[in-house]
Design a protein. Structure first.
Lengths: 346, 345
């Protein structure tokens, strides 16, 4: 079926869920305000009308109970999709997420299968302050047992969602609020794109080269991919050719794609909206460091991420701590001028 | 619901098996953990011996497990606690792989990756968790699945009285009540949350009374007695099977050992356990069976011998089994052959 229809990321996610629910009667959705409201961020829009309240289940505000129930239902053979409204709320249910959902498969020697998709909203940029603006995908990727999916656009989101539902393992599906295409929040328009109507999957662990370039690599994920593309367009006007890599999933992570790109360009910026310390940007830097025998860096690695402070409320403060397009452009310009002093001395 | 001869004998056999299992484990567990075999200066080495790590034994609490599980089939789910052996045995988890798991052997239920607090047996729909209060949400999920599949299966969430002060207790009771889930919440009140007595930690004398706050039946079982448990829980199980929703049962029971093996138990009166053992539910049930002519002396001896042999065989199986190879640690993070090498990062 040929179609040029453009969907928002929220519409694409909801369409992916609907198609899988139609195909597989064991799939159902639980969460707060996912029914009549359609999900606070629209990820389950229209599903209640299509599937009814037995499969689209509004829950009480009891994340421990209903996320734990997802684990129990999955162990019993169903395929629950369960929504944690904001990732920041993980504190009230982390025991069920991390001590049970993520570990029971391993502790059972692989005998317990837990096909749960845990959807959650991430990201800042709209002044919601420290308890509603974090990304935290690095936190979940750090701890073994959950696959971590973080789409940057509608096309990817649908394919990754269908893949997530079909996966026999726990998958966290983290969608950035600022790319969902909501009518009540400014978003990056690049995130709404052409989405085929037929179901399709995007495999996990396959990064996407969003834009090819030869001078430097920008590795990114989620909304930051959209910022990286805008930065790369600006840089192109200055004859700096940036390659933009969208990791799409953190667990598993496409390390080969990162190495391949950096081997080609010799320069690396990691643009990340999660915290700087002990996170994604450090992980990728370590990957490069461990492969310096086959990667010839022309300049030091540059990490752009949220400095280790909670996300502040006030607009100038928030805009300062979250990396912006201008920060990526500036970092790229500086990187082009830098050299590795030890190499230069040889 | 009157309990018949067959069920009574089943409960007796299982209680004998559980008690002997726990006593055997108490002894085997101490192998290699005491001076002079351990590091100088230590009185006890928790990580040494054939069964390392923490060990929580349930001797004294057998009536809870058998009184409930006597109502269940393989299709019903049981989610146990950090003190899980009596539940597992009563639910029919096979002793050999269960014991091998505690020895950390490759023949264990979880190939040695779980240990005694994390026993998973899909065939008997049994699991447990080392986290206080964690059984309840998961049991809700199993009941939700039964409901969606159109089955009258029930699920049992066992938890201690200490767990009744966890958020998961309140969230799960409410969720199960509004969705009419076929969960039986079973509180084992053994009076002690490690060292803290219930009187100092819990706002009500009976956790079962909290059921009223969720609009569901609360049932008190005041005696550590398998028959009382069996009869008291019967209406709750029937209600759940009819799809009318959950119930909360509280059973007064007794913990004969410490919270964990090696627990100095400085917090409880020295003669408490001796007093509790005078009310041991196993000889009481044996006497009742003999009084009712349900069991002869010879049959009693045969049952005890058979149950002991089963346990001895399981320990022997566990000892003789192989350890996993070290690299097996990298497997099973995910199912379907997803290798957990560093490339997965």
């Amino acid at each position: 079926m040929k179609s040029n229809r453009i969907l928002t990321m929220a519409q694409a996610i909801s369409e992916g869920i609907a198609q899988e629910m139609t195909r597989d009667s064991s799939v159902f959705v639980m969460g707060e305000d996912i029914g009549a409201y359609g999900g606070i961020f629209g990820a389950t829009g229209g599903l209640l009308d299509k599937f009814g309240k037995d499969r689209i289940m509004d829950t009480p505000i009891s994340e421990t109970a209903f996320i734990g129930a997802a684990t129990g239902a999955a162990a019993a053979g169903l395929r629950p999709i369960v929504e944690l409204m904001f990732v920041d709320f993980f504190g009230v249910c982390m025991d069920q997420i991390y001590n049970h959902l993520a570990k029971n498969t391993y502790m059972s020697g692989g005998h317990v299968k837990l096909p749960v998709v845990l959807t959650t909203a991430i990201g800042g940029g709209y002044n919601d302050a420290a308890q509603h603006s974090q990304c935290l995908y690095g936190t979940f990727a750090h701890m073994p047992g959950i696959k971590v999916v973080v789409p940057s656009n509608a096309y990817d989101a649908k394919g990754l969602m269908i893949q997530a539902i079909r996966d026999d393992n726990p998958v966290m599906f983290l969608y950035h609020k600022g790319i969902m295409g909501l009518p009540w929040m400014a978003y990056f328009e690049g995130s709404s794109n052409v989405v085929p109507e037929d179901p399709y999957v995007i495999p996990f662990g396959k990064a996407n080269v969003v834009k090819e370039g030869s001078d430097l690599t920008i590795v990114s994920i989620s909304q930051m991919v959209q910022k990286a593309v805008l930065a790369a367009n600006e840089l192109a006007e200055q004859s700096i050719h940036a390659e933009v890599l969208d990791l799409r999933t953190l667990v598993p992570m496409d390390t080969e794609a990162i190495l391949k790109s950096v081997r080609k360009t010799g320069r690396l910026i990691i643009a990340d909206e999660d915290y700087l310390g002990f996170g994604l940007s450090g992980e990728i830097s370590a990957l490069i460091a461990e492969n310096l025998d086959t990667v010839a860096l022309k300049a030091p690695i540059k990490r752009l991420a949220v400095p280790n402070v909670p996300i502040p409320y006030s607009r100038p403060l928030e805009q300062f701590v979250i990396p912006q397009v201008a920060n990526i452009v500036l970092a790229a310009q500086e990187l082009m001028l830098k050299k590795l002093p030890l190499l230069a001395a040889l | 619901m009157q309990v018949g001869k067959e069920k009574l004998l089943w409960m007796y056999e299982k209680m004998v098996q559980i008690r002997y299992y726990e006593e055997t484990m108490a002894s085997v567990y101490m192998e290699g953990k005491l001076p002079p075999a351990i590091q100088k200066g230590l009185a006890f080495d928790i990580g040494a011996g054939p069964v390392p790590g923490e060990m929580h034994l349930a001797a004294g609490q057998e009536p809870v497990a058998v009184g409930i599980c006597a109502h269940l089939t393989d299709e019903d789910t049981v989610v146990g606690t950090h003190r899980p052996h009596h539940f597992a045995i009563a639910k029919g988890v096979p002793l050999n792989p269960m014991t091998a798991e505690m020895f950390g052997k490759v023949t264990g239920l979880g190939k040695g990756k779980g240990g005694h607090m994390h026993l998973f047996d899909n065939a008997h729909k049994f699991s447990c968790s080392g986290i206080i209060g964690a059984s309840m949400p998961i049991a809700c999920g199993a009941a939700l699945a039964a409901k969606k599949l159109g089955k009258n299966w029930v699920s049992i969430a066992f938890f201690g009285e200490g767990a009744a002060n966890q958020g998961s207790f309140h969230e799960s009771m409410n969720l199960a009540a509004i969705w009419k889930l076929s969960v039986i919440f079973v509180c084992e009140d053994n009076h002690w949350a490690i060292s803290v007595p219930k009187t100092k930690a819990t706002s009500v004398e009976w956790v079962a009374d909290r059921a009223a706050g969720y609009g569901i039946p609360g049932i008190r079982v005041p005696e550590n007695d398998a028959i009382q448990v069996f009869e008291a829980v019967a209406p709750a199980i029937a209600r759940a099977r009819r799809g009318e929703g959950p119930s909360l049962i509280e059973i007064k029971t007794d913990r004969y050992f410490g919270h964990f093996q090696g627990d100095p138990e400085t917090y409880r009166p020295k003669d408490e356990v001796a007093g509790l053992r005078k009310n041991d539910p196993i000889p009481k049930l044996a006497q009742m069976l003999k009084d009712k002519k349900f069991m002869t002396l010879e049959e009693e001896s045969r049952i005890v011998l058979e149950m002991h042999q089963l346990v001895d065989k399981a320990f022997d199986f566990a000892r003789k089994s192989d350890y996993p190879s070290a690299h097996d640690a990298l497997q099973d993070v995910f199912v379907n052959g997803h290798k957990n090498t560093r490339a997965l990062v």
